[in-house]
Design a protein around this ligand. Structure first.
Ligand SMILES: [Zn+2]
Length: 279
């Protein structure tokens, strides 16, 4: 028996195994404020609330164009029409060909008033309570309730016209990834007791919680209500945010024995299956 071919086969099998495992990871990246990207095990990229020029995003520091760091985006999910959530959605859609996921009023007004590419704003329009499949069935997206307001800034408004157009109902999203985690993005909601229904319905692995809108105490209650395995704070720590730190939120979660992780802007978390991999 020759040893060389056996060693070669063994090495090849090991390498192939590593590559396969690597390809199965889900990447969750915080781009500051409420903006996150999710890269699925099959390599599809979802961008949520893409205000990338926020002051926290490392890709926007020192006058850099944050869009330069964006190459592939397949889907843009927008929770509501406020500018700190729509952000650079139009430019990103034009650059990448990404499809919009939003409610119909927000989608149509983004097309009509801000020149979002029309062909990319028709296939994945949804309403609260609905679920859609995207990424060839790899991802299921559910739109959830959010207690907030929503409007689309209209740059074309004349002096006597309202500068804020209707944006439909604000929302949150539950994003279920095959061979990956289930991620709940709260949007800008205040706490509402029916978050318990989200917890009863979905097995949330990671909840991205807007702690400035809810406050520390109710944010911790939100984490408890949705029964998340891991709570990650967002929409805090910058001028204009009600909360500059997530410390009080973390302290409340500790008492409730709920796992907490504070991401740094620009940081990526990896998940193998539903499990977070600590680096
Ligand atoms: Zn906001």
């Amino acid at each position: 028996m020759k040893l060389q071919p056996i060693l070669f086969t063994l090495l090849f099998t090991l390498l192939a195994g590593c590559v396969t495992i690597q390809a199965q990871d889900t990447k969750l990246k915080w781009l500051g404020h409420a903006a996150f990207s999710i890269t699925t095990p099959n390599g599809k990229v979802l961008l949520i609330d893409p205000w990338l020029s926020n002051g926290q995003n490392p890709d926007a520091k020192n006058g850099q164009d944050p869009l330069a760091a964006i190459s592939r985006v397949d889907y843009i999910l927008i929770t509501h029409g406020h500018r700190d959530h729509v952000g650079e959605a139009v430019a990103i859609a034009k650059k990448t060909g990404a499809k919009l996921i939003a409610n119909p009023e927000l989608a149509r007004n983004l097309v009509k008033l801000t020149d979002f590419p029309e062909k990319q704003a028709g296939d994945y329009i949804m309403q609260m309570g609905g679920e859609i499949q995207i990424a060839d069935g790899e991802v299921t997206v559910a739109m959830t309730e959010a207690v907030h307001s929503s409007s689309v800034f209209n740059p074309k408004a004349g002096p006597n016209e309202p500068e804020r157009a209707y944006g439909g109902s604000p929302a949150g999203y539950v994003i279920m990834i095959k061979n990956g985690p289930t991620v709940y993005h709260t949007g800008d909601t205040a706490y509402f007791k029916d978050m318990e229904v989200i917890g009863e319905t979905y097995a949330v692995d990671v909840a991205l919680i807007n702690i400035s809108q809810m406050g520390a105490k109710m944010s911790a209650r939100a984490a408890q209500s949705v029964r998340t395995k891991l709570a990650v704070p967002m929409h805090f720590g910058a001028p204009g945010d009600a909360l500059l730190s997530a410390d009080a939120f973390a302290a409340d979660l500790k008492q409730m024995k709920i796992n907490f992780y504070e991401m740094k802007p620009g940081e990526t978390l990896s998940f193998r299956g539903r499990q977070m991999i600590r680096k």
